[in-house]
Design a protein around this ligand. Structure first.
Ligand SMILES: [Zn+2]
Length: 688
């Protein structure tokens, strides 16, 4: 789980936001090949605060733009990727491409987003038939049907760490836990609009205030849509969501794969989780013939199903109507979109201003027609030379991992053999996938924004639903080439490194090896290590859920990782809120392991030759500075609080401090015991 390098689920919340492009920002200065020397603040001692030593000047001179929750290296590169994507869309719009072609779909979708006049003129008409059909629901059986019709393939607990859907439940189609050769159906809890259950349960003053603002937002949306008694209805909707939240599984527990391994036959649901008319629900979802499901959070299913029976029909109907309006508010008339932004952008994330519409349009097209845009993106922006170099780095770092496994004194020989088998069957996708998604079944119209997005969500759902039971394509990607991120796919035993992250400052064909290995190399190592972390180690070399570790292996691993939990628990971004070492454990392990393997890979790449200096820094110093510069970022307080509570990744500053676990860092910067980051050799956490 939590296998991506950073979380894109709540794009507004993360320090390294992927959400929107920022073409209005000034162009970055002429690129420097190697580490960014002008970002360093040498008034900090590297041993006291390595993050500020490497990024201090950048932090001093960077301001968070008014239309963002955060700014950082990721978001800056994301801006570049969005400018590149915008150019693709612009070219498509000018090309007057033939009807039905991908280029025409790109152009029509973008134009449907930009045509605000048409959106205003239609008003609520596009969503009216759905609202009317909700209003006609007469009994709980019809309610079950309506709930089934909302099921979408909108969650992904293992690859992209997306546990959130505001529909009652979410579907994930992926290789089976016990048969990784075939696609199976996973069902996840849902039903909440706020980011997770903590928002409904927490008794802190901050959260109570947020909840009352949320209720006002629910009322405002209902009022805009013409509902009478909107305040009263909103109170009941929030009350229902709070009841759902009470039995939701927490993020930390969601990561426990063994707890998620609950195989239910379709015929079991009525007995195991009574309340909802399951037969009607599955029929309406097009899953009437699906024999088995893996139910990720049984307790939540039991509770949510019971609530369908026990709570008044009218409250559920309002809940359905509000969730529909909420999901599509961004593409309805301006009053809806503004109200949604006022709550989610301003109140929840603290971002004062919304990004320009055309930037949001680029982002939307890139998401809805991801492969159509991605195919052009890969051709234009990712050279065969860059691909070959990146593949060579990957091979080098995998080799370092192999040697590290051989050298482990705590791991049993049989476990080592399986670990190495996992490395040799690992599929590493670099740049772009080997095949592209076909959009011919998706109708896109130039003047029908709501319809385009509605059809797209059904198109995606149909695609996922119809491949249930079919053979797994191990080389399938879960990220588009234009995404600035990287991901580990544990059930496929595969990694994806999209073209967009293989650009400066992470990866630069003209930079010294030290900078490339410190920056993108540690990212590559991070993703490889997820193959063996507390969750990745649950899957064997075939991607099957199987315990291939001995009890002693686990004991050692648990002791080492407990120390890492304790290390991160001490970090406090706010006086009243600490990093959750357990919630962030898998990512912290990946950071420690990633930098270790990248460091070895770097030295292997030197092949005995001396490393060139840059700005008076040795190769090793450049390597560690480049690593810490990956994490340069600034985040608004509200967004940072949201991240600490919902994100499996630690805040950027603490990711930069990972170096304190690496012996070579102490030698490179001559770090002595009185320094704040100093850890005695036996207190440094070594896992791989
Ligand atoms: Zn990760």
């Amino acid at each position: 789980m939590r296998h991506s390098l950073k979380n894109a689920t709540f794009a507004l919340c993360f320090t390294l936001s992927l959400t929107y492009s920022a073409m209005a920002q000034p162009a970055p200065a002429q690129p420097v090949h190697g580490v960014a020397l002008d970002h360093l603040d040498r008034s900090f001692n590297p041993g006291d605060d390595f993050y500020r030593y490497a990024n201090g000047e950048w932090l001093k001179h960077t301001e968070i733009p008014a239309d963002r929750g955060s700014v950082g290296v990721f978001s800056t590169l994301d801006d570049t990727a969005n400018v590149q994507t915008a150019a693709i869309i612009e070219a498509a719009a000018k090309s007057n491409a033939e009807a039905g072609s991908n280029a025409r779909k790109i152009a029509d979708l973008y134009n449907s987003y930009m045509n605000e006049q048409a959106i205003e003129a239609k008003g609520l008409a596009p969503v009216k038939p759905m609202l009317e059909s909700i209003a006609r629901i007469n009994d709980k059986r019809q309610l079950a049907r309506a709930l089934g019709q909302t099921l979408r393939a909108d969650v992904d607990p293992l690859n992209n760490t997306n546990f959130h859907t505001s529909n009652l439940f979410g579907l994930w189609v992926a290789p089976g836990f016990h048969d990784s050769a075939h696609y199976e159906a996973y069902l996840l809890q849902g039903g909440l609009v706020l980011p997770n259950s903590e928002y409904y349960i927490s008794d802190s003053e901050h959260m109570r205030a947020l909840r009352s603002k949320y209720q006002a937002h629910v009322a405002a949306i209902l009022k805009l849509a013409g509902f009478a008694d909107s305040d009263k209805r909103a109170a009941h909707i929030v009350e229902l969501e709070s009841k759902i939240a009470k039995k939701h599984t927490s993020l930390a527990d969601n990561e426990d794969i063994i707890k998620a391994d609950n195989r239910w036959k379709q015929s079991d649901f009525s007995a195991k989780a009574p309340g909802l008319d399951w037969a009607e629900y599955f029929r309406a979802a097009g899953l009437g013939k699906q024999a088995t499901f893996t139910v990720w959070q049984p307790e939540a299913f039991i509770s949510e199903s019971a609530l369908v029976a026990s709570q008044p029909l009218d409250v559920w109907k309002d809940w359905l109507a509000f969730h529909l309006l909420e999901q599509y508010a961004g593409v309805l008339p301006k009053a809806f979109a503004d109200e949604r932004y006022a709550f989610f952008g301003q109140t929840l994330s603290g971002t004062p201003q919304q990004r320009p519409r055309w930037q949001r349009g680029v982002r939307m097209v890139s998401a809805v027609l991801g492969d159509a845009v991605g195919q052009i993106y890969a051709e234009r922006y990712f050279s065969p030379e860059a691909k070959a170099r990146a593949q060579a780095m990957v091979a080098n770092i995998i080799d370092s991992f192999r040697k590290r496994i051989d050298a482990l004194d705590w791991m049993a020989p049989a476990t080592k053999a399986e670990a190495k088998a996992k490395l040799s069957t690992l599929y590493v996708g670099v740049g772009y996938p080997e095949s592209w998604l076909n959009y011919s079944a998706l109708t896109i119209k130039p003047d029908d924004l709501f319809g385009n997005l509605w059809r797209s969500s059904l198109f995606e759902y149909q695609r996922e639903r119809t491949r249930l039971g079919s053979a797994v394509d191990k080389k399938e990607w879960s990220m588009t080439p234009q995404t600035v991120n990287a991901v580990n796919l544990p059930l496929q035993n595969a990694l994806n490194f999209p073209a967009a992250i293989l650009q400066p400052p992470f990866f630069d064909l003209n930079a010294p090896a030290a900078a490339n290995y410190g920056a993108i190399g540690s990212v590559i190592g991070h993703e490889i290590s997820h193959t063996f972390d507390n969750e990745g180690s649950a899957f064997d070399s075939a991607g099957a859920l199987r315990n291939w570790w001995t009890a002693e292996d686990h004991t050692h691993f648990d002791v080492a990782t407990q120390r890492l939990v304790a290390q991160y628990d001490t970090y406090k971004p706010f006086p009243d809120l600490a990093v959750n070492g357990r919630q962030t454990l898998a990512e912290n392990i990946a950071d420690v392991a990633g930098i270790s393997a990248a460091y070895d890979g770097y030295h292997a790449s030197l092949d005995g030759k001396p490393a060139p200096e840059q700005g008076g820094f040795s190769g090793d110093q450049q390597f560690f500075i480049a690593f810490a510069q990956n994490w340069a970022s600034k985040t608004r307080d509200a967004a940072l609080r949201q991240q600490v509570m919902t994100d499996p990744h630690s805040p950027a500053e603490y990711r930069g401090a990972t170096v304190r676990n690496i012996d070579a860092w102490y030698a490179a910067f001559d770090i002595t015991p009185e320094r704040k980051l100093y850890l005695a050799p036996n207190a440094r956490v070594r896992i791989w």
